[in-house]
Design a protein around this ligand. Sequence first.
Ligand SMILES: NC(=O)c1ccc[n+]([C@@H]2O[C@H](COP(=O)([O-])OP(=O)(O)OC[C@H]3O[C@@H](n4cnc5c(N)ncnc54)[C@H](OP(=O)(O)O)[C@@H]3O)[C@@H](O)[C@H]2O)c1
Length: 235
Amino acid sequence: MSKPKTAIVTGANRGIGLETVRQLVAQNIRVIATVRSLADAEALRDMARQGLPVFVDVLDVSSTDSVKGFAERVHESVEAVDILINNAGVALDKWVPALELDIDVWRQTMEVNLYGVLRMCQAFVPGMKKVGHGRVVNVSSELGSLTGMSVGSSVAYRSSKTALNSLTALLACELKDYPDVLVNASCPGWVKTELGGADAPLTPAQGADTAVWLATLPAGIGSGGLYRERGVWPW
Ligand SMILES: NC(=O)c1ccc[n+]([C@@H]2O[C@H](COP(=O)([O-])OP(=O)(O)OC[C@H]3O[C@@H](n4cnc5c(N)ncnc54)[C@H](OP(=O)(O)O)[C@@H]3O)[C@@H](O)[C@H]2O)c1
């Protein structure tokens, strides 16, 4: 029998992250589900109480120390994780025009949506290279696609996702000699969550689907792409 895979999902206490955990454990994947506060981890603890392979840990992706401590704890039990889903994200400047944007809001957004992902990749991709296997999924947004920028506003959020797309493509290039280490980005669509709001048409389950599909792709399918609804999406 093959060893169960281990996945990390960041921002797993609610929304798309929580649903991503549900879909991974349904495929018998062991999930290290990260939360900023253990007080918000009740739904994850429920899954663990039901005997599902969910392990809750604390992580703030905007803190280098937090990522370092988390990576040390993970590497005490596994040499490398099979799957890293960088889901944690913030949208702090919804509908704010560029000319009115507080630059600190842009910095805070980048800390989570871009540097947070880079910190996590720097912590976990070397292990994937060592064992020659891994899947990284960066949860992006169609709002970050340059081809869709016909309406302004939310520039911090949207630029952070544009930059995340670039990080995804460039990291995939750097890993081209590791054909079974794949780095891709997913667009969940407009999803009913705290971030997406109550008017969004999609469920968190629909929003999580493409990320889980990318996380469980067989080798040789491709790396460095942006996907929505399991299909290629324009940058
Ligand atoms: N919903 C949509 O329509 C939509 C569309 C496109 C893309 N996305 C992307 O999908 C991802 C998930 O969004 P969502 O809609 O599920 O939003 P959400 O319900 O607001 O959840 C965001 C998650 O990120 C976590 N988080 C925020 N800052 C963090 C930090 N510094 N360190 C670690 N975790 C942090 C939150 O934790 P706390 O509970 O502690 O705040 C929460 O678990 C995001 O990357 C978002 O940009 C969403």
